[in-house]
Design a protein around this ligand. Structure first.
Ligand code: NAP
Length: 318
């Protein structure tokens, strides 16, 4: 990118990133989005979204497409397939190094999102793509007439478990407590689904098989009894961990790595903001990501205005 210095670089082109870029651009600053793949973020892999206001039912990819069409109207620059290697968020001019390029900017909005958390049990890595999957939408059709187990008790586990019953003969949902975390309306639908069997108070211990997954060894945490489940697929849906590998401790994060921000989405580094699933937040939804992005975009605009004002007064260099 030569010596160009953007006013604002948005890292991540999911709902938070696209919203941040839109608000920044409408605040009349020079903004670009960098994404490791194409724009869209996590909703691209969601089946149907029922709680994005204004859309009682919309497929994830469709909502993402609408977001992108919207930002395209504002001619926001996009750099796709840019894998971030390392960053300098501490200097006044921030630097983002990707495999192909070096980008510089006065402000950065981190909206890199989160990825599926791992179970961390034996067999999980070995059988990835051979029966272990983190994406029901992508892989569900491979499990036609098979028996599978979904791990977790949140909205993702229960909703994706229900989706998998379209293909699988039987879906077990294994949860470590005896009460689901998913919304009541989602629970009700799942309890009514004849193809789903819940296994409560249980944690997975080991995934076994030959070339492909054949078994899950698990433990009942109340009785300590060890049991086996004959299944051909394991879908862990146990929450998310933030995509923050490249920050190298430059901004303050919580114990799980989520970035801490204030109400203006400001991080611990001046000129660096964070929005969406990557930040510490009580709710990770498309609608909250979009809201965060708006706040972060506006905060970046205001920050640049303040810097400019101080420069005019001779307090700072612009
Ligand atoms: P979540 O709500 O944090 O639920 C994670 C579940 O996994 C919890 O039931 C948790 O158990 C369990 N768990 C955590 N660590 C575990 C471990 N090591 N072993 C076994 N179980 C473990 O996460 P989520 O369901 O992925 O949802 C994340 C956010 O996305 C939520 O805000 C959700 O509403 C939203 N969302 C996602 C979808 C989707 O992906 N289709 C749809 C709608 C909404 P405990 O309950 O005991 O903590």
């Amino acid at each position: 990118m030569g010596e160009k210095i953007f006013d604002c670089l948005v890292l991540g082109g999911g709902p938070a990133g696209m919203s941040a870029a839109l608000y920044a651009k409408r605040g009349n600053i020079d903004v670009a989005i960098i994404d490791i793949t194409t724009l869209g973020g996590q909703p691209v892999n969601y089946l149907e979204i029922e709680n994005y206001l204004g859309f009682p039912l919309i497929e994830g990819w469709e909502l993402s497409e609408k977001f992108e069409e919207h930002i395209n109207k504002f001619n926001i620059q996009k750099f796709t397939n840019e894998e971030i290697q390392n960053v300098d968020l501490v200097s006044d001019i921030k630097t983002i190094k990707t495999l192909n390029n070096t980008f510089r900017a006065k402000t950065v909005i981190v909206a890199t999102g989160a990825k599926a958390a791992k179970l961390g049990i034996k067999g999980e890595i070995e059988f990835r793509g051979k029966g272990v999957s983190y994406c029901a939408v992508c892989d569900g059709a491979f499990y036609r007439d098979k028996e599978i187990v979904v791990i977790g008790g949140g909205n993702a586990a229960v909703e994706e478990g229900m989706y998998l019953t379209k293909f699988a003969k039987k879906v077990y949902i294994m949860h470590r407590r005896n009460e689901l975390r998913a919304d009541k309306i989602v629970q009700k639908r799942a309890f009514e689904n004849k193809k789903i069997e819940f296994i409560f108070d249980s944690i997975p211990l080991e995934i076994n098989g030959g070339n492909k997954v054949e078994k899950l060894i698990y433990k009942n945490v109340k009785t300590d009894e060890i049991k086996e489940l004959n299944i051909q697929g394991v879908f862990p849906y146990i929450g998310f961990s933030p995509n923050v590998e490249f920050f190298n401790g430059q901004i303050v994060q919580d114990e799980k790595g989520f970035i801490r921000v204030d109400e203006n989405m400001r991080t611990s580094e001046v000129g660096v903001f964070a929005a969406g699933d990557v930040r510490k937040t009580p709710l990770r939804q498309v609608i909250t990501a979009v809201s965060d992005g708006a706040v972060a975009g506006m905060s970046a605009v205001k920050y640049l205005e303040e810097v400019e004002m101080l420069a005019k007064e001779g307090v700072l260099e612009a």
